[in-house]
Ligand binder design. Sequence first.
Ligand code: ADP
Ligand code: MG
Length: 265
Amino acid sequence: MSTLKIEGLRASVAGNEILKGLDLTISSGEVHAVMGPNGAGKSTLSAVVMGKPGYEVLAGTVTLDGVDVLAMPTWERAVAGLYLVMQYPTEVPGVMLNDVLAEAFASRDRSADGLDELLKSEAARIGFDEKFLERALNVDLSGGEKKRNETLQLATLAPKIAILDELDSGLDIDALRDCARRVELMSNESEGDAEPLGVLAITHYSRLLDELKPDKVHILADGRIVETGGPELADVLESDGYGAFAPAASDDATDASASALSGLF
Ligand code: ADP
Ligand code: MG
C-alpha cells in the first residue's frame, strides 16, 4: 500500500503565504475530496506537491511511502508514483501523446509493447476519439477533450496517487461521468500488479463526487483544512456554500468554521 503524507505544509508564491499549515494523508484505494472557495490555495497545493517552479516551501513535509517528495525534481515525483491532472492542461505543440507515454513508460522501466493497443482501449472506455492519439499533446483540443486526454494518460500510466485539480472544469455532463467513473474504478480495483489508486480530488462541485465517491471530504479555506467529514459534507456545501468556511486570515479560523458547522453535525 502507498501513502502520500502532507504534514504542516506552508508554502508561498510571489512572496505571499498561501498554504498555512496543511495536513492530509491519502493511501491507496482512498478518495479524498478537497473543496474550497476560489483562491483558497487548492491549485497551489497541487503545484507544491508536484514541484511546480515558483512555489516556495516554508515549512512542513510531503512524503510518499516515507520518502521525501519535496527533495525530488518533478519528473522524479512522477516516476515515484504521483500524477497531476492539471486544472488547465498544457498544450505541447510538436510532441505527440503516444510519444509522451512511450517516454513515460521507458522512465518507469516499463516496456512500451502493447502501448498503442492499451491507449486505444483506454480511449474507448472514456469516449476519447482515437484520432487524437496521434495529435500533439492537447493541441487544438476542447476543454472537455483535454480532460479526457488527462484521464486517458492517468489510466494508462496507473500511478500510485493521483491529484485531480478540478477534473470537472470544462467538462460536459457525459465527459464528467466517463472520466469520474474511470477514476472511481481505478480507486476500487488493482490492475495487474498495481495497487488501487489513491485520489486527491480538488473540486468546487459535489457533482463530480456523484461518480467519484469520496471516503473523506475536506474543506480548504485560507490555506488550511478547516473541516473534514464524510461525503455528506459535500452536500452541505452544495446547499449552503462556502460562506461559513471563508475565515478571515486569523488563527481562530478553525474555531470559526467549527462553530459554524456545529449545528449540522
Ligand atoms: P484555488 O485553486 O483554490 O482557486 P490558487 O491556489 O490558484 O487557488 O490560488 C491561491 C492564491 O494564490 C490566490 O490568491 C492566487 O492569486 C495566488 N497565486 C496562485 N498562483 C500564483 C502565482 N503564480 N503568482 C502570484 N499569485 C499566485
Ligand atoms: Mg485552482
